[in-house]
Every structure is written in structure tokens, then in C-alpha cells.
Design a protein. Sequence first.
Length: 385
Amino acid sequence: MPFSHLTHLSCTKCGKTYDPEALLNVCREPGCAGSLFAEYDVPRLSREDIASRSRTIWRWHELMPARRPEDIITLGEGGTPLLHARRLGERLSMPDVWVKEEAGNPTGSFKARGLGAAVTMAKALGARAIALPTAGNAGGAAAAYAAKAGLPCHVFMPKDTPKVFRIECEAYGAQVTLVDGLIDDCGRIVAQRKEAEGWFDVSTLKEPYRVEGKKTMGYELAEQFGWTLPDVIVYPTGGGTGLIGMWKAFDEMERLGWIGAKRPRMISVQAEGCAPIPKAFAEGKDVSVRFENAHTYASGLRVPKAYADYLVLKILRASKGEAVTISDDEMRRGVNELASSEGLYAAPEGGAAWEAVKKLLAAQKVQRTERVVVFDTGTGYKYID
Ligand SMILES: *Cc1c(COP(=O)(O)O)cnc(C)c1O
């Protein structure tokens, strides 16, 4: 049996297919530019077959893109704990609230999953250097995996991003450029310069494999819950990579015969100061509009327009989910509650996800007895200034 069952890439907008041996960004059909998904033929693979494998994102290698084990560039990402939030849940009389705790990943956030996969593939397919825009954690993760791969890495971040994000990128040997603007302004600079500079752009959902790394959260959740899925998943959303990836993983697992057709309601959480997805969701739109003057201290949520917003909105609706906004003050409270009641010093994004549970309960969008998973997506240690 091949190590990977990857067969082709397909455009999530127009369906055009591509050879996965080429180093590609987005769909090349005129006027399309849709995000590309990795597609696999479904192996005959049982849940027991994987039980004894090591707990990284490559545990699921048949449904991951690397062709050969020796191509994998790993720092041990993935395999994170799923913790019962008993004390926080009790406060709301919700006995079945869980935290998927992503802070323990290499470089302190779940960005390690996506960039571990993306850098592995960039290197294997012959990239000479990578570049990306970042609101914070993606830059550190890209820089770390690029260091491990021996690839030059060029990171573009807003100049008001907390200093620690720049310090870690530089420690990993990346070239950091501070930009007077937001993450999409940074993305434009990468797009303008990449051809002349020979950089491969690893912006999320403008290359096919970050979403593959992040989809492993969906596999892990199912396995950790004994091959069932929760009723509700609460996900702090920037580019939406993990939400899109998990939804993809659920379909793959159903095709593998590992789970049934039931799906969680997917809840997208954004900051009051940067809420393009909740706005588009409330207005019934299929795509979002760039959120002007975007501001929030949760840097991972400071994404004024996600590239694959159309996929996020489609999933929220298909799952009968919701989109919720949380203020920065509420996030601070959420961070304090996760720390003082559950022993988790969360990133503000994780605090936002916990606060969203309270809002959803108050609005009767979740029931007290439902099984709810909150994503704590990164460590709080990077946000202390
Ligand atoms: C990037 C990031 C997010 C948003 O992740 P997406 O999958 O791109 O939506 C949330 N929290 C933290 C800590 C992040 O770094």
C-alpha cells in the first residue's frame, strides 16, 4: 500500500483538477483562483491499523500528502490533549464541555500543524525559499519548519504585531519585514514579489497543504471521543484553515467507514473589532467584505478578509452552525477563566472561544447537555505585552 493515497488536487470553486507533483498555489483557470484541495483515493484502512502509530499529524499518512516518510519535516506537531473542562462546565451546568488544547504544539500554536505539512511539501516539490504574510503565529511556525528543512523563509507581518512574534521568527533564521498595514497588505507584498524573488507563497489556502495539516484536528477529535464527533465545535477563526480542514477530515473519515454521517455544528468565533465572517453570515452572503479598521489584541483573529471565506460560510451553513463575535474585554475574561479554573493559560483566541460558549448558551443556540469542544489554539505566553 502506498504511503500516501494522494491522487490529485482539485479546485474548491470550479472543480478543475491538477497534478499534485507540481508546486501550485491556487486554481489557474482565468478568473477563478479558488483554493485547491488535496484529494485521495480511499484506502482500505481500519481504525485499529493506526492505533499503535506515533501521535503526530503524520499518524494519518495515507490521507496526508507526503509521498515518502523521509520527506517529512516534523517537530512533533499534533497529538494534543482533549481535556474535560469540568469546572468551567459546571458553572454553566454544562457537564460535557471539552477543550482541545493546542498550545503545546511546537512554536506554541496549532499553526505548527499546517506549516509542518506545507513546508514538508514545499521542500519535497522543490521550493527554494518560502514566504508568507502572518498576523503572528504562522510566521513563527513557518520559520521553525523552514529552519528544520534548511529553506530560507521570508515573513511579512504588521508592524504593530507583538514583538515576541518577530523575535521568534528571527531566532529561527527567517527574514522578517514589518509592514505598515494588516495581514492582507502583507499578503499583497508577498504576491507582488514572489516571482522575482523565487519564493513559494505559503499563505493559508493559497497553497493546498496547510489545510491538510490542520485537518488532523478532526481526525484526533474523532479518535479521542471513541470515533464519535461532538455536537458543537467552537473555533476562533482567522483564515478559517482549521474549520475548513476539520470539515474535510469528517468527509474523509466517513468515506473510510470510520464515522457516520452526523456532523457537529461548526461555530466560527471572531473579534468584535474584526468580524467579517459573522457579518457576512448574518447578512446571508456567500463571501465576506473586507472589515475596515480591523483591531483586536487576538492577533490570530486580525484577518480582515479570509481568502477562503466562501468555504467557511458554506460550512457554517451546511452544519447549521453560527458565527459569534467577542470583545477584547470578554476575551481577557475568558483567558482568566480558562487559566484559573482549568489550568490553561490560553491565547486570547482560546479565551474568545470559551466566551462564545456562554453567549451561545444564553441565546439558546446550544443546549446544556450537548457535547461542546472549545479550541484553545495557542499559548497565552506570547501575548504578555
Ligand atoms: C492563526 C490563529 C487562529 C486562526 O486560525 P485559522 O485556522 O487560520 O482560522 C486562531 N488562534 C490562534 C492562536 C492563531 O494563531
